[in-house]
Design a protein around this ligand. Sequence first.
Ligand code: LFR
Length: 494
Amino acid sequence: AAPTAFAAVDLGATSGRVIVGRVGQGGLDLTEVHRFPNTPLRLPTGLYWNLPGLFQGVLDGLREAAGTGPVASVGIDTWAVDYGLLDADGALLGLPHHYRDDRTRGLAERVRDQVGARRLYGITGLQHLPFNTVFQLAAARDSAQLAAARTLLLVPDLLAYWLTGSVGAEITNASTTGLLDVRTGTWSRDIAAATGIDPALLPPLREPGTPAGALLPHVTAATGLAPGTPVVAVASHDTASAVAAVPATGAGAAYISCGTWSLAGLELDAPVLTEESRAAGFTNERGVDGTVRYLRNIMGMWLVEECRRAWAAQGRPVALAPLLTAAAGAEPLAALIDPDAPEFLAPDDMPATIAAACVHTGRRPPAEPGAVIRCVLDSLALAHRRVLHRAAELAGRDITRVHLVGGGSRNALLCQLTADATGLPVVAGPAEATAIGNVLLQARARGLVGGLAEMRQLVAETKQLRHYRPQGDGRGWAAAEARLAAGSGRPLIS
Ligand code: LFR
């Protein structure tokens, strides 16, 4: 039989894409048919996603997909935690807030302390991030919008609802809200009650690979897709899709899904809910087939992208390739930052914020753009090192290699530095892991591929991977880590 085509909608923090993936005869082919910018909107009441604009991009992309031939189904993944609210008529109540909006700052800590950090962690298993859905809802507590709300839909579920009219909450993404009981895989009434959130807002959960409705007639008319085309609930959290496509075979693998964020960790069968794990800031998000994504958020390529944005505004050259060449030639481990310090979440001026952080830890701030990028990449590699080593300890696992997937896997310098810092071989690629995971979940729903192991085998067999061997004995990295911790005046990971 000819390969079957699937449309993967993959929205990231800076752009959205529609990809046609063809699966069959042992092959796995991806073609990007549409890409559109995702530009957040700053309004008087905060920072928002332009969701109607993104939906239009989705429709345009689906029309391109239909132009390539028959499409068996559609799947949607996006970043996590953000949501829209529907009123009793099913209409969207305002735009979804952007997770970098600062209205939860301070409040998130208050809610955590009121409910109890251990209790929250013991049930939800989530790393404390100020933007977790539960804290965003706490910030909206007395709003007219929340009073009128009847249904909460996470961003991919909201787009699926606009395509199909059907509501649900896909579980990998639901697990990032702070409202899901990670042990039972059901909404936690306990946490909802403790935080004053009406549990009736939370729609029925869906497992990845199950149906999420069929395209509405006006959608098929607008896109040219066949009437009744199904939407499949894929692993709608982009990180869950990426992890499903990590080409790891056998034990000993850790992963880093590296894009706007670097998500570094392990796939486990059961959550780690210990006090040590909570204190070290590890999250237990749900993966495909009930697996646990045991990882920590690291600030990621956001630091690089925000430097480039600031330099572009100053009229300086910002092409990535020459910046990386300059970074490769810059002095190693000269300046370091803790990428996870809160000031890097949404600064106005990233290069200035990095410089200030270096001064604070007693280092000379990097002057030239190449040195700034080197500081960021060294710092990310060092963060990869401490997070993966700690993950292995806390989960009682041995790590023998690191799979680095996502856009960051194209960055050879980052891959090599990560190998050097962790002392582990790095297998880089595929860069498009998220879209592949999305496509493969749809293919699986059609019976074209088997379980996770078979999906990963197919990725390993069909995608070009690059291998980086660790260089040096790691002593320079250990010393740099100690220096950074001493300069910060607090442990970088506990
Ligand atoms: C990556 C990601 C992370 C999540 C962050 C915010 O794109 O989905 O997993 O913590 O974005 O939603």
